[in-house]
Design a protein around this ligand. Structure first.
Ligand code: BV8
Length: 256
C-alpha cells in the first residue's frame, strides 16, 4: 500500500511496540545533504563515467589515478556535507527502540556523524585507506597521486567494497543476523538493485518482520513491502518519529 507521506496508524503502532528495528539505507538518505546518489552521481566531470564502471577492481587496476580522483572528489563532497533531518531522525530512533541496527550501503559516514552507533557499513567507508597487498587499514599513506602503504610500499586503495568483491564476512553475518531477528525492517533511500544488500528485506520478511520502504519513487520491490511511504527521507522519517512520540505522549502532542 503506497502512502504519500502520511504515517498509517497501524505502522506507528507497530513501530511503538517493536523490539528490534533494522534499517537498511542507500544513497537516497544522503541526497538531501548534497551527496549525489549513484543514479545521479554522473554530474560534471564524472558525467561520462558509470559508477559501476569506476567502483570495480578492474577499473582500479587499469586506471588507479582516475579511480583515486573519483574517490578524492567524493571525499571532498562528503567532508563538506552535513547530516540531514533524515539522518538525525534515525539517530533519534536508535534511542527510542530497545534494539536498533542500521545497515548502510553508504560509505559517507554521515549516519555516525548524526549520532547513530549501531551501524554496519555493508560496503565499507570512503575515508578508510587499505593496503592492496595486506588488506589492512592504513593510517596516513605515503601521499602522492597513487598513495602507497608505509609498511610494505604496496599501493593503497579506498576501503570500500567494489562490485564483484565480497561483503566483509563480519558485516555480512551481522546484517543477516539483524535482518532475521528484527520485527520491523525499513528500506530507506535505496533503489534495491545491488545484492546482497537488496536481499536483506527477504530475510526479514521470512523472519516475520513488518517491512517498510521509504522512497520518493517506490522501487520495483514495492510489492514486497507491507508499507511504502512515498517521500524524501528528510521529510518522512521525522514524521515517523513524531507519530510514535504522539502515541507515547498524547497529552504533550495535544498541547503543542
Ligand atoms: C557480491 C561501495 C559476490 C563503493 C557499492 C558479477 C560479478 C560479481 C557480482 C555481481 C555480478 N553481477 C551482479 C553482481 C552482484 C553485484 C550487484 O548487485 N550488481 C548489481 C548492479 C546488479 N553485487 C556485488 O558485486 C556485491 N558483491 O555480490 O559479491 C562475491 C562473493 C564472494 C566472492 C566474490 C564476490 C558488492 C556490491 C557493492 C558495490 N559497492 N558501493 C562506492 O561507493 O564507491 S554499491 C553502491 O551502489 C552503493 O553502496 C549502493 O549499494 C549502490 C547504489 O544503490 P543505492 O544506494 O540504492 O543508490 P541509487 O542511486 O541506486 O538509488 C538511490 C535511491 O534513493 C533511489 O531509489 C531514489 O529514488 C532514492 N532517493 C533519492 N532521493 C531521496 C531518495 N530516497 C529518500 N530520500 C531522498 N531524498
Amino acid at each position: 500500500m503506497a502512502t504519500p507521506c502520511a504515517i498509517p496508524e497501524a505502522l506507528a503502532a507497530s513501530l511503538e511496540t517493536a523490539r528490534h528495528v533494522c534499517v537498511l539505507t542507500g544513497a537516497g538518505v544522503s541526497a538531501e545533504s548534497g551527496v549525489p546518489t549513484f543514479r545521479d552521481a554522473r554530474r560534471g566531470l564524472w558525467a561520462k563515467y558509470e559508477p559501476q564502471q569506476l567502483a570495480t577492481p578492474a577499473a582500479f587496476a587499469a586506471q588507479p589515478g582516475l579511480v583515486w580522483d573519483w574517490y578524492r572528489w567524493r571525499r571532498g563532497l562528503v567532508a563538506a556535507a552535513e547530516p540531514n533531518a533524515g539522518h538525525r531522525a534515525l539517530a533519534a530512533l536508535e534511542q527510542r527502540v530497545p534494539v536498533f541496527t542500521l545497515i548502510t550501503q553508504n560509505v559517507d559516514g554521515l549516519h555516525q556523524r548524526a549520532g547513530n552507533t549501531a551501524v554496519i557499513e555493508f560496503h565499507g567507508n570512503l575515508f578508510v585507506d587499505r593496503c592492496v597487498a595486506e588488506g589492512t587499514v592504513v593510517d596516513g599513506t605515503l601521499g602522492g597521486d597513487l598513495p602507497r602503504c608505509p609498511a610494505c610500499g604496496a599501493a593503497t586503495r579506498p576501503g570500500v567494497v567494489w562490485f564483484g568483491e565480497a561483503i566483509p564476512e563480519a558485516a555480512l553475518q551481522a546484517a543477516y543476523g539483524a535482518a532475521s531477528d528484527c520485527d520491523m525492517f525499513m528500506s530507506i533511500g535505496t533503489s534495491s538493485l545491488v545484492y546482497p544488500a537488496a536481499g536483506l528485506v527477504d530475510i526479514a520478511r521470512e523472519g516475520g518482520a513488518v517491512t517498510v520502504e521509504v522512497n520518493p519513487q517506490p522501487t520495483d520491490e514495492r510489492a514486497g513491502f507491507d508499507y511504502v511511504l512515498i517521500g524524501r527521507s528528510g521529510a518522512v522519517l521525522p514524521k515517523l518519529l513524531e507519530s510514535v512520540h504522539e502515541r507515547q505522549c498524547p497529552q504533550q502532542s495535544e498541547s503543542t
